[in-house]
Each structure stands twice: as C-alpha cells, then as structure tokens.
Design a binder for this molecule. Structure first.
Ligand SMILES: NC(=O)c1ccc[n+]([C@@H]2O[C@H](COP(=O)([O-])OP(=O)(O)OC[C@H]3O[C@@H](n4cnc5c(N)ncnc54)[C@H](OP(=O)(O)O)[C@@H]3O)[C@@H](O)[C@H]2O)c1
Length: 163
C-alpha cells in the first residue's frame, strides 16, 4: 500500500471508546491533538461516528464507510475493497482512522501507528478499541507525562505496529 494508515483514539483504562453513540469524555488538549494531526489530511470513519458529528470535519477529506448512507458532503465507501481502491487513487500520504469500534477493528491490521489518548479512569462503555498492550505486534514507543483536565488524568501514548 502506498498510503500509511494511522489510528487516532481516546480510550479509558478498559480501552472503552464510547457509550450510547457518544464519546466517554471531552478533553480539550485531546481535541487539539486530534485537530493538529488530521487537519489537511484524510480521515476514515464509520457511519456511527459520522452520525455522532454535527457536520463533516472541516478542512479534511472525510471518507465514511457505510452500506446504507446517502450523503453528498462526504465520500462514502461501501466496503473495505472500495476504500482501498479509493485510497490508491487518492493522493493521500497521511490517512487517519478515526473510529468507531467497527472501523478500528477492521482497519487496525492495516495501521502502522496508533495515537492513543489514555484517560486514567473507567467509564461505562459499549464500544471498545483493541487492547494494544495484549497484542505483541504493537509496541509502545512514546508516552507523555500525566496531565489533568478538571478531575480527569490522562496521557498521550504512541504505539507502532510491527506486523
Ligand atoms: N474515543 C474515540 O476516540 C472515538 C472515536 C470515534 C468514535 N467513538 C465512539 O464510537 C461510537 C461509534 O462507533 P460504532 O462502532 O458504533 O460505529 P462506527 O464504527 O463508527 O460505524 C459502524 C458502521 O460503519 C459501517 N461499516 C462498518 N464496516 C463496514 C464495511 N466493511 N463496509 C462498509 N461499511 C461498513 C456500517 O454502516 P451501515 O450500517 O450504514 O452499513 C456500520 O454500521 C460512538 O460512541 C462514538 O462516540 C469514539
């Protein structure tokens, strides 16, 4: 593949990512990192995540995986095969996988890197990301100090894929 897929995700200590269609928490510095990483790039999301946004993400190419969605404001791909064909044809050197659970789980094997914001708390969650610490093909190569937002502690982790 010519392009490099990278995952960006915010997890809690159980690797939970969402509950009832929403994020578990909103941390401004995490949002800023997400924006800095993805601005001007291509983002891939599932229909569930797309529908949780107020609008397509500005200044980014928005690709939505869905077999049912009809939308003009974004590129819709009906399958992974269609997505990969689209990415081959598209001059995308940095492509970010931004969720949710269904899309992370299918595209993680194709990702070279994962930017993980880890919140040091445990929330009720009905959507999860794979526990990269239990997967030998993923290696933790970077971690920030803990930071705080109100009563939440969090840190930024960077994993690399050996597979
Ligand atoms: N913490 C984070 O960083 C983060 C990031 C993103 C999202 N989230 C959370 O995750 C939740 C949403 O995630 P989700 O797992 O429910 O939904 P999702 O993964 O965003 O989207 C699932 C949908 O994607 C489509 N899809 C999946 N695989 C496909 C394939 N191979 N080909 C074509 N279409 C495919 C299907 O849409 P159709 O049914 O239309 O076919 C499926 O229903 C929310 O709670 C959100 O807040 C958290």
């Amino acid at each position: 593949m010519r392009f490099k897929l990278k995952a960006v995700v915010c997890v809690d200590l159980n690797w939970g990512i969402g509950y009832r269609g929403k994020l578990l928490a909103r941390i401004p510095e995490d949002m800023r990192l997400f924006r800095r990483l993805t601005l001007g790039k291509t983002v891939i999301m599932g229909r569930g995540t797309f529908e949780s946004l107020p609008a397509p993400l500005e200044a980014r190419v928005n690709i939505v995986l869905s077999r049912s969605l009809n939308a003009n404001a974004v590129l819709v791909c009906r399958s992974l095969d269609e997505l990969f064909l689209r990415l081959e044809a598209y001059p995308a050197d940095d492509v970010f996988v931004i969720g949710g659970e269904a899309i992370y789980s299918q595209l993680l094997p194709h990702c070279t890197q994962a930017y993980v914001t880890e919140i040091a708390a445990r929330f009720d969650a009905d959507r999860h990301f794979a526990d990269l610490n239990q997967d030998e093909s993923w290696v933790l190569r970077g971690k920030s100090d803990y930071k705080t937002h109100h009563d939440l502690r969090y840190r930024f982790l960077e994993y690399f894929h050996n597979g």
